[in-house]
Design a protein around this ligand. Structure first.
Ligand SMILES: [Fe+2]
Length: 233
């Protein structure tokens, strides 16, 4: 079981505030039988540059690894980023630095507005020209902004992966829409998008339990199979 979206690295974004908090989050994931965690700190091109970001991410990872002291029971950490969309990103040459470790998969946070042609073109360029695989972060959070169905349909015609947060399956207001997406969109993986131990804790197991009950073991198995395929070397 893989958590594809987490803010578990210490002191790098609005996620974990300390090494201790990160360690506890990791143990919380471990208790839920999560074997791999993709650490995806926010990257905002408007506020940050790539080199300082990579350096901060490295330092943060190092501190965490030291605290874990090669604990063999801890889930394996993969480094990545949650890259917020920026205009022109289809032509930006920094994206490959931000892909999930060992892959050419980029976790992309789309803008929370109606997607227009320019935005869609950028995504298309990332896929077609840069030859990266886009993984759309928490797709359930964009639905309300896509009043024009064409934009929504167009993006899902591209060969990309979609990530959903476990939390949307646990929220009764969002659950219906979440299960509809899980049914309609084939290449979905899951993430906790955990930020801390209180308001946004690791909750993948809870989400998986609800998915198993409502969508069935086979759908969950397909999610896991895709996840394994993405991370396999
Ligand atoms: Fe996130």
């Amino acid at each position: 079981m893989i958590d594809f979206h987490s803010h578990i690295l210490p002191k790098i974004d609005d996620g974990s505030h300390s090494v201790q908090e990160s360690v506890e989050m990791i143990y919380r994931e471990s208790e839920q039988a999560i074997k791999c965690i993709v650490a995806t700190p926010h990257f905002y091109a408007s506020k940050d540059s790539i080199e300082p970001f990579l350096e901060r991410r490295n330092n943060s990872l190092q501190q965490l690894q030291e605290a874990l002291q090669d604990d063999e029971c801890a889930p394996r950490l993969y480094i990545g980023a949650e890259v917020a969309y920026f205009s022109g990103m289809g032509k930006a040459d920094l994206l490959h630095h931000l892909c999930i470790e060992g892959t050419s998969v980029l976790l992309l946070e789309m803008p929370f507005c109606q997607w227009d042609t320019e935005i869609l073109k950028d995504v298309e360029r990332i896929v077609e020209k840069q030859k990266l695989t886009v993984m759309l972060a928490h797709i359930e959070r964009y639905v309300e902004f896509q009043k024009k169905r064409e934009a929504w349909n167009e993006i899902f015609q591209m060969p990309l992966y979609s990530q959903m947060n476990a939390g949307c399956f646990l929220n009764w207001k969002k659950r219906r829409m979440a299960f509809r997406l899980l049914k309609e969109i084939p290449d979905i993986v899951l993430g906790s998008d955990c930020h801390n131990l209180s308001q946004r804790p690791p909750n993948l197991l809870e989400g998986r339990t609800v998915i198993r009950q409502r969508a069935g073991e086979a759908r969950l198995a397909a999610v896991d199979e895709l996840g394994e395929r993405i991370l396999q070397p």
